[in-house]
Design a protein around this ligand. Structure first.
Ligand code: F6R
Length: 237
């Protein structure tokens, strides 16, 4: 794993936006995997700024998001569909027909997870996957204990993740209990991965991810085995 350490969130987001733009420019039909959450917000703002400054076009880009909550409509203020539209897709020249997230309202979430996995197989592989890191080491919604070989599946959010995400909702009871998430096996199929990690609160878990034992108790630790992972962070590790 390569680790790039930056002064602050602004600098790490600048670097992340550069890596994404370089990948988009390098390939005719780039497939980019995206994350939601607080960490990539500034990166997406920078992508929009750079698009507006004519530094990049998203016309040929296909995207796959890591996850979506089960039970939230795409227009729900906390759905990841809405997050992506508001933070990125609505402001750039991407073809929305080529932006894919799991459907949290599908009648059968398991079938939807299989459909999403098949779609990645059909249109992939993912050339560059953007990841954030949960306080418990999760990537996507692959909580501790999830088998490393899991494919896209219906994931139960552990209580600490629901608590962490409650900041976006009026009340913790409104935080969904389930999500459809790419599995760790799905994530590892990406040709290149950038793991964005911001803030001292994640220092301990990031050190475990980079230097600790590879264990399903720390889902992101498996990234040590992937041949092309760059950690982009403002934490000293
Ligand atoms: C989001 C996702 C999650 C987040 C993680 C960190 O699509 O899959 O794994 O990346 O929970 O979230 P933040 O960035 O809000 O700390």
């Amino acid at each position: 794993m390569k680790v790039l350490k930056f002064e602050n969130n602004e600098a790490l987001s600048e670097k992340a936006s550069e890596v994404i733009i370089d990948k988009i420019k390098e390939l005719d039909q780039p497939v980019i995997g995206l994350a939601t959450g607080s960490t990539p917000e500034r990166t997406y703002e920078l992508l929009v700024e750079k698009y507006k400054a004519d530094q990049v076009s998203f016309k040929n880009v296909t995207t796959f998001n890591l996850d979506e909550y089960v039970g939230l409509e795409p227009t729900h203020i906390n759905s990841y569909h809405r997050f992506m539209n508001e933070r990125l897709f609505d402001h750039v020249d991407i073809d929305k027909a080529k932006t894919f997230l799991p459907d949290g309202l599908a009648d059968n979430a398991e079938t939807e997870a299989e459909r999403f996995e098949a779609l990645i197989k059909e249109k992939g592989p993912i050339d560059l996957q953007v990841l954030g890191l949960g306080l418990n080491g999760h990537i996507g919604f692959n909580e501790p204990g999830t088998p490393f070989e899991a494919r896209t599946h219906v994931a139960k959010l552990v209580e600490s993740t629901r608590e962490a995400n409650a900041r976006f909702f009026d009340h913790i009871d409104e935080v969904p209990t389930d999500a459809i998430s790419m599995g760790i096996g799905t994530i590892l199929d990406a040709k290149e991965i950038i793991l964005l990690v911001h803030g001292e609160a994640k220092a301990d878990i990031l050190r475990q991810v980079i230097h600790g034992e590879i264990t399903e108790d720390v889902p992101a630790s498996i990234l040590q085995k992937h041949p092309n992972v760059t950690v982009i962070t403002d934490i000293d590790v």
